[in-house]
Ligand binder design. Structure first.
Ligand code: APR
Ligand code: PHB
Length: 389
Protein backbone atom coordinates (compact mmCIF):
# COMPACT_ATOMS: atom_id res chain seq x y z
CA UNK A 1 0.00 0.00 0.00
CA UNK A 2 1.08 3.57 -0.61
CA UNK A 3 -0.03 6.88 0.85
CA UNK A 4 1.44 10.32 1.45
CA UNK A 5 1.00 10.41 5.25
CA UNK A 6 0.65 7.25 7.36
CA UNK A 7 -1.17 8.20 10.56
CA UNK A 8 -0.82 5.92 13.59
CA UNK A 9 -3.78 6.34 15.96
CA UNK A 10 -7.44 7.08 15.25
CA UNK A 11 -8.11 9.32 18.25
CA UNK A 12 -8.96 13.00 17.79
CA UNK A 13 -5.39 13.97 16.75
CA UNK A 14 -5.08 11.38 14.00
CA UNK A 15 -8.59 11.87 12.66
CA UNK A 16 -8.37 15.67 12.61
CA UNK A 17 -5.03 15.58 10.83
CA UNK A 18 -6.34 13.08 8.29
CA UNK A 19 -9.46 15.13 7.59
CA UNK A 20 -7.56 18.43 7.29
CA UNK A 21 -5.05 16.87 4.87
CA UNK A 22 -7.96 15.50 2.85
CA UNK A 23 -9.37 19.03 2.36
CA UNK A 24 -6.08 19.88 0.59
CA UNK A 25 -5.97 16.71 -1.47
CA UNK A 26 -3.23 15.12 0.63
CA UNK A 27 -3.79 11.40 1.05
CA UNK A 28 -3.46 9.53 4.36
CA UNK A 29 -4.23 6.15 5.94
CA UNK A 30 -5.16 5.94 9.65
CA UNK A 31 -4.19 2.84 11.65
CA UNK A 32 -6.14 2.32 14.88
CA UNK A 33 -5.42 -0.40 17.45
CA UNK A 34 -8.97 -0.51 18.84
CA UNK A 35 -12.41 -0.78 17.28
CA UNK A 36 -14.38 2.36 16.49
CA UNK A 37 -16.90 1.54 19.25
CA UNK A 38 -14.11 1.30 21.78
CA UNK A 39 -12.63 4.66 20.76
CA UNK A 40 -16.09 6.25 20.98
CA UNK A 41 -16.70 4.85 24.47
CA UNK A 42 -13.88 6.88 26.03
CA UNK A 43 -15.08 9.89 28.00
CA UNK A 44 -12.79 12.87 28.00
CA UNK A 45 -12.93 16.59 28.81
CA UNK A 46 -15.07 18.94 26.76
CA UNK A 47 -13.83 22.54 26.79
CA UNK A 48 -12.62 23.68 23.37
CA UNK A 49 -10.41 26.62 22.52
CA UNK A 50 -11.12 28.88 19.55
CA UNK A 51 -8.10 27.46 17.70
CA UNK A 52 -9.65 24.00 17.73
CA UNK A 53 -13.01 25.42 16.61
CA UNK A 54 -11.31 27.04 13.63
CA UNK A 55 -9.58 23.76 12.73
CA UNK A 56 -12.86 21.84 12.96
CA UNK A 57 -14.48 24.43 10.70
CA UNK A 58 -11.63 24.12 8.21
CA UNK A 59 -12.02 20.34 8.35
CA UNK A 60 -15.76 20.71 7.61
CA UNK A 61 -16.67 19.05 10.92
CA UNK A 62 -18.07 21.91 12.97
CA UNK A 63 -21.79 21.91 12.14
CA UNK A 64 -23.03 19.70 14.99
CA UNK A 65 -20.69 21.38 17.45
CA UNK A 66 -22.10 24.80 16.54
CA UNK A 67 -25.67 23.45 16.78
CA UNK A 68 -25.34 21.46 20.01
CA UNK A 69 -22.32 22.93 21.85
CA UNK A 70 -22.54 25.69 24.44
CA UNK A 71 -20.59 28.92 24.33
CA UNK A 72 -19.29 29.86 27.77
CA UNK A 73 -18.10 33.42 28.36
CA UNK A 74 -16.70 32.75 31.83
CA UNK A 75 -16.31 30.33 34.71
CA UNK A 76 -16.91 30.34 38.46
CA UNK A 77 -14.11 29.70 40.93
CA UNK A 78 -14.78 28.95 44.56
CA UNK A 79 -12.75 28.66 47.69
CA UNK A 80 -14.88 27.28 50.50
CA UNK A 81 -18.01 29.45 50.58
CA UNK A 82 -16.42 32.28 48.64
CA UNK A 83 -16.97 32.30 44.88
CA UNK A 84 -16.05 34.65 42.06
CA UNK A 85 -16.34 34.64 38.32
CA UNK A 86 -13.67 35.26 35.69
CA UNK A 87 -15.16 36.64 32.51
CA UNK A 88 -13.02 35.18 29.74
CA UNK A 89 -14.87 37.02 27.00
CA UNK A 90 -14.48 40.42 28.70
CA UNK A 91 -10.76 39.85 29.27
CA UNK A 92 -9.83 38.31 25.91
CA UNK A 93 -12.74 38.89 23.52
CA UNK A 94 -13.02 35.11 23.20
CA UNK A 95 -15.32 32.55 24.85
CA UNK A 96 -14.78 28.79 25.04
CA UNK A 97 -17.01 26.06 23.62
CA UNK A 98 -18.36 23.25 25.79
CA UNK A 99 -18.79 20.16 23.58
CA UNK A 100 -17.66 16.64 24.46
CA UNK A 101 -14.46 15.28 22.98
CA UNK A 102 -16.27 12.01 22.28
CA UNK A 103 -18.71 13.92 20.07
CA UNK A 104 -15.83 15.56 18.18
CA UNK A 105 -14.32 12.14 17.57
CA UNK A 106 -17.71 10.89 16.35
CA UNK A 107 -18.04 13.87 13.97
CA UNK A 108 -14.51 13.31 12.65
CA UNK A 109 -15.18 9.60 11.99
CA UNK A 110 -18.38 10.54 10.16
CA UNK A 111 -16.47 13.04 8.00
CA UNK A 112 -13.66 10.60 7.19
CA UNK A 113 -16.16 7.91 6.28
CA UNK A 114 -18.25 10.28 4.11
CA UNK A 115 -15.07 11.23 2.24
CA UNK A 116 -14.11 7.58 1.73
CA UNK A 117 -11.07 7.98 4.02
CA UNK A 118 -9.09 4.86 4.84
CA UNK A 119 -9.12 3.87 8.52
CA UNK A 120 -7.92 0.39 9.45
CA UNK A 121 -9.21 -0.73 12.88
CA UNK A 122 -7.95 -3.44 15.24
CA UNK A 123 -4.40 -3.32 13.87
CA UNK A 124 -1.64 -5.07 15.83
CA UNK A 125 2.12 -4.89 16.02
CA UNK A 126 2.47 -1.49 14.34
CA UNK A 127 6.11 -0.70 13.52
CA UNK A 128 7.76 2.31 11.95
CA UNK A 129 10.63 1.64 9.52
CA UNK A 130 13.33 3.90 8.07
CA UNK A 131 12.02 7.08 9.73
CA UNK A 132 15.28 8.89 9.00
CA UNK A 133 15.24 8.01 5.28
CA UNK A 134 13.27 9.66 2.44
CA UNK A 135 11.13 6.53 2.14
CA UNK A 136 9.70 5.51 5.52
CA UNK A 137 7.12 2.77 5.91
CA UNK A 138 4.77 1.41 8.58
CA UNK A 139 4.05 -2.30 8.98
CA UNK A 140 1.17 -3.82 10.95
CA UNK A 141 -0.85 -6.98 11.36
CA UNK A 142 -4.53 -7.14 10.58
CA UNK A 143 -6.54 -10.39 10.73
CA UNK A 144 -3.30 -12.34 11.07
CA UNK A 145 -1.72 -10.94 7.89
CA UNK A 146 1.21 -8.53 7.74
CA UNK A 147 0.73 -5.35 5.71
CA UNK A 148 3.06 -2.48 4.91
CA UNK A 149 2.30 1.14 4.02
CA UNK A 150 4.96 3.03 2.09
CA UNK A 151 4.65 6.76 2.70
CA UNK A 152 6.37 10.16 2.62
CA UNK A 153 5.76 10.91 6.30
CA UNK A 154 4.55 9.18 9.46
CA UNK A 155 2.34 11.01 11.98
CA UNK A 156 2.50 9.42 15.44
CA UNK A 157 -0.94 10.22 16.88
CA UNK A 158 -1.18 7.08 19.01
CA UNK A 159 -1.54 8.55 22.47
CA UNK A 160 0.55 8.10 25.58
CA UNK A 161 0.73 4.28 25.33
CA UNK A 162 1.45 4.15 21.59
CA UNK A 163 4.52 2.95 19.70
CA UNK A 164 5.49 6.14 17.87
CA UNK A 165 7.26 7.88 20.74
CA UNK A 166 9.18 4.65 21.48
CA UNK A 167 10.42 4.65 17.87
CA UNK A 168 12.58 7.67 18.71
CA UNK A 169 15.87 6.27 20.06
CA UNK A 170 16.53 6.86 23.75
CA UNK A 171 19.75 8.73 23.07
CA UNK A 172 17.77 11.25 20.98
CA UNK A 173 14.74 11.54 23.27
CA UNK A 174 14.39 13.31 26.62
CA UNK A 175 11.26 12.88 28.74
CA UNK A 176 10.07 15.30 31.41
CA UNK A 177 7.48 14.11 33.87
CA UNK A 178 5.62 15.05 37.04
CA UNK A 179 3.17 12.64 38.64
CA UNK A 180 0.66 14.24 41.04
CA UNK A 181 -0.11 12.58 44.39
CA UNK A 182 -3.89 12.35 43.82
CA UNK A 183 -6.45 11.46 41.16
CA UNK A 184 -9.81 12.70 39.88
CA UNK A 185 -12.90 10.63 40.51
CA UNK A 186 -15.40 11.58 37.80
CA UNK A 187 -19.02 10.74 37.23
CA UNK A 188 -21.43 11.36 34.42
CA UNK A 189 -25.08 11.68 35.40
CA UNK A 190 -28.28 12.38 33.52
CA UNK A 191 -29.11 15.41 35.64
CA UNK A 192 -29.22 19.12 34.79
CA UNK A 193 -25.91 20.91 35.51
CA UNK A 194 -25.85 22.71 38.86
CA UNK A 195 -24.87 25.97 37.13
CA UNK A 196 -24.86 27.20 33.53
CA UNK A 197 -21.07 27.69 33.68
CA UNK A 198 -18.32 25.44 35.08
CA UNK A 199 -17.40 25.68 38.76
CA UNK A 200 -13.78 25.01 39.75
CA UNK A 201 -13.81 24.55 43.54
CA UNK A 202 -10.97 24.53 46.03
CA UNK A 203 -11.95 23.46 49.57
CA UNK A 204 -10.37 22.17 52.74
CA UNK A 205 -11.43 18.71 51.62
CA UNK A 206 -9.80 19.04 48.20
CA UNK A 207 -10.69 20.03 44.67
CA UNK A 208 -14.04 19.60 42.91
CA UNK A 209 -15.25 20.49 39.42
CA UNK A 210 -18.82 20.90 38.19
CA UNK A 211 -18.92 20.52 34.42
CA UNK A 212 -21.47 19.41 31.86
CA UNK A 213 -22.11 17.90 28.47
CA UNK A 214 -25.58 19.32 27.82
CA UNK A 215 -28.72 20.58 29.59
CA UNK A 216 -29.52 17.07 30.87
CA UNK A 217 -26.04 15.58 31.24
CA UNK A 218 -23.60 16.64 33.95
CA UNK A 219 -19.96 15.77 34.53
CA UNK A 220 -18.62 16.15 38.07
CA UNK A 221 -15.20 15.43 39.54
CA UNK A 222 -13.68 15.32 43.00
CA UNK A 223 -10.01 15.01 43.91
CA UNK A 224 -9.45 11.56 45.42
CA UNK A 225 -6.67 9.44 46.78
CA UNK A 226 -4.59 7.45 44.29
CA UNK A 227 -5.39 4.28 46.19
CA UNK A 228 -9.18 4.79 45.78
CA UNK A 229 -11.10 2.57 43.36
CA UNK A 230 -14.31 3.74 41.62
CA UNK A 231 -16.21 0.89 43.31
CA UNK A 232 -15.16 2.29 46.74
CA UNK A 233 -17.41 5.25 46.00
CA UNK A 234 -21.17 4.75 45.99
CA UNK A 235 -23.09 7.42 44.08
CA UNK A 236 -24.42 8.69 47.37
CA UNK A 237 -20.93 9.03 48.88
CA UNK A 238 -19.80 10.91 45.74
CA UNK A 239 -22.69 13.40 45.88
CA UNK A 240 -22.19 13.99 49.62
CA UNK A 241 -18.50 14.68 49.13
CA UNK A 242 -19.09 16.95 46.14
CA UNK A 243 -21.61 18.98 48.14
CA UNK A 244 -19.09 19.49 50.92
CA UNK A 245 -16.57 20.97 48.49
CA UNK A 246 -18.72 23.54 46.66
CA UNK A 247 -20.39 26.65 48.11
CA UNK A 248 -23.64 25.78 49.94
CA UNK A 249 -25.76 27.88 47.52
CA UNK A 250 -24.80 25.43 44.79
CA UNK A 251 -24.73 22.33 47.02
CA UNK A 252 -28.36 23.07 48.01
CA UNK A 253 -29.58 23.16 44.43
CA UNK A 254 -27.43 20.30 43.09
CA UNK A 255 -29.68 17.72 41.40
CA UNK A 256 -28.31 14.25 42.05
CA UNK A 257 -29.10 10.97 40.32
CA UNK A 258 -27.55 7.64 39.40
CA UNK A 259 -24.14 7.81 37.74
CA UNK A 260 -23.97 6.39 34.22
CA UNK A 261 -20.16 6.34 34.29
CA UNK A 262 -17.69 6.49 37.14
CA UNK A 263 -13.91 6.39 36.78
CA UNK A 264 -10.66 7.58 38.33
CA UNK A 265 -7.98 9.36 36.33
CA UNK A 266 -4.45 9.88 37.63
CA UNK A 267 -2.89 13.31 37.02
CA UNK A 268 0.35 13.65 35.13
CA UNK A 269 2.42 16.29 33.37
CA UNK A 270 4.64 14.81 30.65
CA UNK A 271 6.56 16.11 27.65
CA UNK A 272 8.92 14.31 25.29
CA UNK A 273 11.51 16.19 23.26
CA UNK A 274 11.99 16.34 20.33
CA UNK A 275 8.57 15.74 18.78
CA UNK A 276 10.10 14.62 15.48
CA UNK A 277 12.64 12.11 14.30
CA UNK A 278 13.47 12.16 10.60
CA UNK A 279 10.11 11.85 8.86
CA UNK A 280 8.22 10.80 11.99
CA UNK A 281 6.21 13.56 13.72
CA UNK A 282 4.43 13.15 17.07
CA UNK A 283 1.08 14.84 17.78
CA UNK A 284 -1.07 15.03 20.92
CA UNK A 285 -0.89 12.57 23.81
CA UNK A 286 1.88 10.63 22.03
CA UNK A 287 4.17 13.56 22.88
CA UNK A 288 2.68 15.20 25.96
CA UNK A 289 0.15 14.87 28.76
CA UNK A 290 -1.32 17.59 30.95
CA UNK A 291 -3.30 17.17 34.17
CA UNK A 292 -6.99 17.79 33.31
CA UNK A 293 -7.29 21.01 35.33
CA UNK A 294 -8.06 23.54 32.59
CA UNK A 295 -8.94 20.91 29.96
CA UNK A 296 -5.88 21.41 27.79
CA UNK A 297 -5.44 17.78 26.63
CA UNK A 298 -7.37 17.93 23.38
CA UNK A 299 -6.51 21.59 22.84
CA UNK A 300 -2.76 20.94 22.92
CA UNK A 301 -3.28 18.03 20.53
CA UNK A 302 -5.10 20.46 18.23
CA UNK A 303 -2.23 22.95 18.16
CA UNK A 304 0.20 20.16 17.18
CA UNK A 305 -2.15 19.11 14.39
CA UNK A 306 -2.33 22.73 13.23
CA UNK A 307 1.48 23.05 13.04
CA UNK A 308 1.96 19.69 11.34
CA UNK A 309 -0.86 20.26 8.86
CA UNK A 310 0.50 23.70 7.98
CA UNK A 311 4.01 22.28 7.55
CA UNK A 312 2.80 19.39 5.36
CA UNK A 313 0.87 21.82 3.19
CA UNK A 314 3.99 23.94 2.74
CA UNK A 315 5.84 20.78 1.67
CA UNK A 316 3.23 19.51 -0.78
CA UNK A 317 1.95 22.84 -2.11
CA UNK A 318 5.16 24.89 -2.21
CA UNK A 319 7.90 22.27 -1.94
CA UNK A 320 9.11 24.00 1.22
CA UNK A 321 10.32 21.86 4.16
CA UNK A 322 11.28 24.69 6.53
CA UNK A 323 8.17 24.35 8.70
CA UNK A 324 8.53 20.56 8.81
CA UNK A 325 12.11 20.91 9.99
CA UNK A 326 11.02 23.40 12.66
CA UNK A 327 7.91 21.40 13.70
CA UNK A 328 9.16 20.15 17.06
CA UNK A 329 10.53 23.53 18.07
CA UNK A 330 7.38 25.37 16.99
CA UNK A 331 4.96 22.93 18.61
CA UNK A 332 6.92 22.63 21.86
CA UNK A 333 7.02 26.38 22.39
CA UNK A 334 3.24 26.40 22.80
CA UNK A 335 3.09 23.00 24.54
CA UNK A 336 5.37 24.12 27.38
CA UNK A 337 3.16 27.16 28.00
CA UNK A 338 0.07 24.94 28.20
CA UNK A 339 2.01 22.58 30.49
CA UNK A 340 2.86 25.52 32.71
CA UNK A 341 -0.75 26.68 32.87
CA UNK A 342 -2.12 23.20 33.65
CA UNK A 343 0.54 22.65 36.33
CA UNK A 344 -0.08 26.10 37.86
CA UNK A 345 -3.86 25.70 37.82
CA UNK A 346 -3.54 22.21 39.37
CA UNK A 347 -1.24 23.57 42.09
CA UNK A 348 -3.70 26.34 42.83
CA UNK A 349 -6.77 24.15 43.15
CA UNK A 350 -5.76 20.90 44.92
CA UNK A 351 -4.83 19.84 48.41
CA UNK A 352 -1.45 18.09 48.35
CA UNK A 353 -0.76 15.38 50.96
CA UNK A 354 2.64 16.90 51.78
CA UNK A 355 1.48 20.54 51.79
CA UNK A 356 2.98 22.43 54.76
CA UNK A 357 1.18 25.22 56.63
CA UNK A 358 3.40 27.63 54.68
CA UNK A 359 2.47 26.02 51.34
CA UNK A 360 -1.21 26.39 52.24
CA UNK A 361 -0.74 30.08 53.04
CA UNK A 362 1.00 30.57 49.68
CA UNK A 363 -1.84 28.83 47.89
CA UNK A 364 -4.39 30.95 49.73
CA UNK A 365 -2.48 34.15 48.90
CA UNK A 366 -2.32 33.18 45.24
CA UNK A 367 -6.07 32.55 45.18
CA UNK A 368 -6.69 35.93 46.86
CA UNK A 369 -4.45 37.59 44.30
CA UNK A 370 -6.32 36.01 41.41
CA UNK A 371 -9.65 36.93 42.99
CA UNK A 372 -8.75 40.60 43.36
CA UNK A 373 -6.30 41.40 40.57
CA UNK A 374 -7.52 42.24 37.09
CA UNK A 375 -4.14 41.58 35.47
CA UNK A 376 -3.96 38.12 37.08
CA UNK A 377 -7.50 37.37 35.88
CA UNK A 378 -6.61 38.50 32.38
CA UNK A 379 -3.55 36.23 32.33
CA UNK A 380 -5.69 33.35 33.60
CA UNK A 381 -8.34 34.08 30.96
CA UNK A 382 -5.78 34.27 28.11
CA UNK A 383 -4.43 30.87 29.05
CA UNK A 384 -7.84 29.31 29.63
CA UNK A 385 -9.28 30.36 26.26
CA UNK A 386 -6.02 29.30 24.61
CA UNK A 387 -2.81 31.07 23.69
CA UNK A 388 -2.49 31.97 20.00
CA UNK A 389 -1.04 29.39 17.58
N1 APR B 1 -1.30 1.43 16.86
C1 APR B 1 -2.42 2.04 16.43
N2 APR B 1 -3.18 2.83 17.22
C2 APR B 1 -2.79 2.98 18.48
C3 APR B 1 -1.62 2.37 18.99
C4 APR B 1 -0.88 1.56 18.12
N3 APR B 1 0.23 0.94 18.52
N4 APR B 1 -1.49 2.72 20.28
C5 APR B 1 -2.53 3.52 20.58
N5 APR B 1 -3.32 3.68 19.50
C6 APR B 1 -4.55 4.45 19.39
C7 APR B 1 -5.42 4.43 20.62
O1 APR B 1 -6.26 3.29 20.65
C8 APR B 1 -6.19 5.72 20.50
O2 APR B 1 -7.42 5.56 19.83
O3 APR B 1 -4.21 5.82 19.23
C9 APR B 1 -5.29 6.63 19.66
C10 APR B 1 -4.76 7.80 20.46
O4 APR B 1 -5.84 8.60 20.86
P1 APR B 1 -5.85 9.49 22.18
O5 APR B 1 -5.22 8.71 23.29
O6 APR B 1 -7.20 10.01 22.36
O7 APR B 1 -4.80 10.65 21.86
P2 APR B 1 -4.94 11.91 20.87
O8 APR B 1 -5.65 11.56 19.61
O9 APR B 1 -3.59 12.53 20.82
O10 APR B 1 -5.94 12.87 21.63
C11 APR B 1 -5.53 13.76 22.59
O11 APR B 1 -7.43 12.99 23.70
O12 APR B 1 -6.59 11.30 25.01
C12 APR B 1 -7.17 12.54 25.03
O13 APR B 1 -6.46 13.65 26.98
C13 APR B 1 -6.22 13.46 25.64
O14 APR B 1 -7.65 15.14 25.30
C14 APR B 1 -6.48 14.58 24.81
C15 APR B 1 -6.69 14.11 23.43
C1 PHB C 1 -14.95 18.03 31.66
O1 PHB C 1 -16.04 18.53 31.36
O2 PHB C 1 -14.78 16.81 31.62
C2 PHB C 1 -13.84 18.92 32.10
C3 PHB C 1 -14.02 20.28 32.04
C4 PHB C 1 -13.01 21.12 32.46
C5 PHB C 1 -11.83 20.59 32.94
C6 PHB C 1 -11.64 19.22 32.97
C7 PHB C 1 -12.65 18.38 32.55
O3 PHB C 1 -10.86 21.42 33.37
Amino acid sequence: MKTQVAIIGGGPSGLLLSQLLHTRGIDSIVLERQTKDYVLSRIRAGVLEQGLLTLLEEAGCADRMHAEGFTHDGTLFSNGEDSYRIDFKAHTGTPVMVYGQTEITRDLYAAREAAGGQIVFSVEDVRIHDATSDAPSVSYHSNGTEHRIHCDFVAGCDGFHGVSRQAIPLDVRTEYEKVYPFGWLGILSETPPVHHELIYANSDRGFALCSMRNAQLSRYYIQCSLSDKPEDWTDDAFWQELKRRIPSDYADKLVTGPSIEKSIAPLRSFVTEPMQYGRLFLCGDAAHIVPPTGAKGLNTAASDVHYLYTALRAFYERNNSDALEAYSQTALRRIWKAERFSWWFSSLMHRYPDQSAFDLKMQRAEIDFLRSNTAAQKAMAENYVGLPY
